[in-house]
Design a protein around this ligand. Structure first.
Ligand code: ARG
Length: 465
C-alpha cells in the first residue's frame, strides 16, 4: 500500500516545492545511473538502521519484519533487473526507500534519524572497504607471481640501467623483485587506507545528528565498522577516504605503468629481453610480422586516467564548505572508474608477466660487456688504498682509450700497473654477480635473503587481507 506522501513520481522535497522538477535539473542532479552500484550496501545499511530503529521504539517487531522483508525483495528485484526506475528516483537511496514504502507503509518510518547525506557516506565507505579487499587479494597473488618469476630467473644477469644507459649488471630476479617491493608498498597503502576509513558515519543525519535516542554505536557494530564518527559535520562531509583510495589506486597504476613501459622496451627487437605469450599479445591488421604488447601499453595509458580521477576529485573537494554539498556526488564516478580500471588491469598484467619468457642468454650477454665492470674495478683500487675519485678517473681513462683507439678493454687492464692481469677476473660476469657485499644489493649472494624477506612480506599482507 502506498502512503499519501510517497506518491510515485514525486521528488523527496515535494512538500516544500510544489512545481515539478525541470527536466534539465533532473538530468543533471540524478546519480542513479552510477550509484545503483551501491544497492547492496544501501540495503544492508538500511537493514541495520531499521533494527536500531526498532530498539529505539520507532518500529514494532512486525513492522521491522515487514521492512526487512521489503528490503530483501527490493534487493532481489534489483538483481534480476525487474525494478522500474522512475525519473524521480534521483539516486539509489531514493529508489530503495520508494520501493520499500510501496511494499509496506512502515517503510515511511525508515528514514527516521538518517539523511541521504550520512547514508551515502556509509554506503560508499562500505563499498570502498569491500573493493579494497578485492584489490588486495589480486595484489598478493601478483606479488607471489613476481616471486615465482624471480625464483625461476635463477642466476640470470641483466644490464641494470640508469638514464636508460647500461650501468651495472644485476640479477634479473633482483630487477623483478624491485617491482615486487613497489607492489608490496601498494598493498600496505591499501591496508592502511582501509583501516583509516573504517569509521561509521551513519547517525550523523543531514549534518547535526538527531534529537531521537538513536544508538549510533550499535549501528556501527552492525555494519562491521571498527569505529563510530566523532563529529557529525565531519562524518557527512569527509571524503578523505575516497581521496586516499584514489591515491592508492593511482600510485599502483603508476607502478603498473612503469612495469608496462619496461615490458614494451624489453619486447622490442632492439632489446629482445622478453617474449610475451600469444594469449597476452596482439597482432597487427596490416603488418603480418607484428606481435604487440597492448596490455603493457594500456597499463601505461590507463595510469593517466587514474591520475585524472584523483586530481579531478581533489579539485572538486577543495572548495566544498561543511557539511554536505552536492559537489560531493562527484566522488563516485571517479572512484568507480579508478576501481574498474585497476580491477581490469591487474589480472591482465598478472597473466602477461606470468606467461612471459625472459631471454636469459641475451640478458647475460649484454650484462657481460666489459664496461659493465668499471665500478667494480674502481672499487678494487679503493681496496688497495686509492681514493675513489682517483680510481674512477684511472678506469674512465682506460674506457676512453679503449673506445678512441679501438683497443681491447681487458688488455688495457692487464697492462695497467695499478690493475694487472689479476684484475681482468673482475670482468667475468660471475665474479661481478657474486662480489656485492652490501645488504639488499644486486648480487647473487643477497638474493636468497631478499626472497625470504619478500615471502615474509607476502605472508604479512595476506594475513592483513
Ligand atoms: N546522491 C547524493 C550523493 O551521491 C546523496 C544525496 C544527498 N543529497 C542531498 N540532497 N542531500 O552524494
Amino acid at each position: 500500500m502506498k502512503e499519501e506522501n510517497q506518491k510515485e513520481g514525486q521528488p523527496l522535497w515535494h512538500g516544500r516545492i510544489k512545481e515539478p522538477s525541470a527536466d534539465a535539473l533532473q538530468r543533471l542532479n540524478t546519480s542513479i545511473s552510477f550509484d545503483i552500484r551501491l544497492y547492496k550496501e544501501d540495503i544492508f545499511a538500511s537493514k541495520i538502521h531499521a533494527e536500531m530503529l526498532k530498539n529505539a521504539g520507532i518500529f514494532n517487531d512486525e513492522e521491522l519484519k515487514e521492512v526487512i522483508d521489503a528490503l530483501c525483495l527490493v534487493e532481489a528485484q534489483i538483481e534480476t533487473g525487474e525494478i522500474q526506475i522512475l525519473p524521480t528516483d534521483e539516486d539509489i537511496h531514493t529508489l530503495v526507500e520508494r520501493k520499500v514504502t510501496e511494499i509496506t507503509d512502515a517503510g515511511a518510518r525508515l528514514h527516521t534519524g538518517r539523511s541521504r547525506n550520512d547514508q551515502v557516506a556509509t554506503d560508499l565507505r562500505l563499498w570502498t572497504k569491500k573493493t579494497i579487499t578485492e584489490i588486495l587479494g589480486l595484489l598478493v597473488t601478483f606479488q607471489e607471481m613476481l616471486l615465482e618469476k624471480a625464483i625461476s630467473a635463477g642466476e640470470t644477469m641483466m644490464p641494470g640501467y640508469t638514464h636508460l644507459q647500461q650501468a651495472q649488471p644485476v640479477p634479473l630476479a633482483h630487477h623483478l623483485l624491485a617491482h615486487g617491493w613497489a607492489i608490496s608498498r601498494d598493498s600496505e597503502r591499501f591496508i592502511e587506507t582501509r583501516e583509516r576509513m573504517d569509521v561509521s558515519p551513519l547517525g550523523a543525519g543531514a549534518l547535526a545528528g538527531s534529537s531521537l535516542p538513536l544508538d549510533v554505536r550499535s549501528v556501527a557494530q552492525g555494519l562491521d565498522f571498527a569505529e563510530v564518527f566523532n563529529n557529525s559535520l565531519d562524518a557527512v562531509s569527509d571524503r578523505d577516504f575516497v581521496a586516499d583510495a584514489l591515491y592508492a589506486m593511482t600510485i599502483l597504476g603508476i607502478h603498473l605503468s612503469r612495469i608496462g613501459e619496461e615490458i614494451i622496451l624489453w619486447a622490442s627487437s632492439e632489446f629482445k629481453f622478453v617474449d610475451l605469450a600469444g594469449a597476452y599479445s596482439t597482432g597487427s591488421s596490416m603488418m603480418p610480422q607484428k606481435k604487440n604488447p597492448d596490455i603493457a601499453e594500456l597499463a601505461r595509458g590507463k595510469s593517466g586516467r587514474l591520475i585524472g580521477d584523483l586530481t579531478g576529485f581533489l579539485s572538486t573537494l577543495k572548495g566544498v564548505p561543511l557539511a554536505y554539498n552536492k559537489d560531493l556526488q562527484e566522488d563516485k564516478e571517479a572512484l568507480f572508474d579508478a576501481a574498474d580500471t585497476i580491477l581490469n588491469l591487474l589480472p591482465a598484467m598478472h597473466g602477461m608477466l606470468e606467461t612471459a619468457t625472459f631471454n636469459a642468454e641475451r640478458m647475460n650477454d649484454l650484462a657481460s660487456s666489459p664496461f659493465m665492470a668499471t665500478t667494480d674495478l674502481a672499487e678494487m683500487m679503493v681496496q688497495n688504498g686509492m681514493p675513489f675519485r682517483e680510481a674512477h678517473s684511472v678506469v674512465a681513462g682506460l674506457v676512453q682509450k679503449s673506445i678512441s683507439e679501438g683497443k681491447d678493454f681487458a688488455e688495457l687492464i692487464a697492462e695497467h700497473k695499478l690493475l694487472g692481469p689479476e684484475a681482468t677476473n673482475l670482468l667475468e660476469l660471475d665474479s661481478i654477480a657474486s662480489n656485492k657485499k652490501t645488504h639488499g644489493a644486486g648480487g647473487i649472494i643477497q638474493l636468497g635473503q631478499q626472497m625470504e624477506d619478500f615471502q615474509e612480506n607476502i605472508t604479512k599482507n595476506k594475513e592483513a587481507i
